[in-house]
Design a protein around this ligand. Structure first.
Ligand SMILES: C[S@@+](CC[C@H](N)C(=O)[O-])C[C@H]1O[C@@H](n2cnc3c(N)ncnc32)[C@H](O)[C@@H]1O
Length: 152
């Protein structure tokens, strides 16, 4: 697992947890995840988690959202065939934005079959710190799961 987070306090908290729990399979990239994606070879990622990425609610800031065509192209290149991409957010404007862009991208297919699939977390879900706070404040999350389609 590679955790990407440029916010130093977030990285500090993660380092403490890694040490406390004796976890040995995590690497940390403490910078913009897009830089890491650009440096990666093709078809190496088995799973991608984009969890509560900043929604940038003001229209003039939408261009800063992590989900955009350039990032999705980068993910499509670096993800293996059949790899899974999970996106979660408590901001419905950003959810609609992400769903529209992911569904329109030829490399990705939405896995949802019924409303429960986006309203409830997958069975193995681990709530993030931000998510727990949003839940306490009455903002439930939406869960989107996409498949990276085969290249052939
Ligand atoms: C709302 S917080 C959620 C934090 C955490 N994922 C959680 O759910 O508890 C959004 C985080 O995304 C990080 N972030 C924003 N843009 C990023 C990028 N391009 N690459 C990596 N992390 C980014 C920010 O530093 C911020 O800590």
């Amino acid at each position: 697992m590679i955790g990407c987070e440029p916010f130093v306090n977030g990285v500090g908290a993660l380092l403490s947890r890694i040490q406390e729990d004796g976890i040995a399979n995590i690497r940390i990239f403490d910078d913009d995840a897009r830089l890491l994606l650009e440096a990666m070879p093709d078809a190496v990622l088995g799973r991608v988690f984009i969890l509560f990425s900043d929604p940038w609610p003001k229209k003039r800031h939408h261009k800063r959202r992590f989900i955009n065509r350039a990032t999705l192209d980068s993910l499509a290149r670096t993800m293996k065939d059949g790899a899974q991409l999970r996106f979660a957010s408590d901001h419905m404007g950003y959810v609609r934005w992400a769903l529209g862009r992911l569904a329109a991208h030829p490399a990705f297919q939405w896995r949802a079959r019924r409303a429960r699939d986006w309203r409830e977390p997958p069975a193995d879900w681990v709530a993030t710190r931000y998510q727990q706070k949003a839940q306490r404040q009455g903002r439930p999350a939406v869960y989107l799961e996409f498949l990276r389609l085969d290249r052939s």
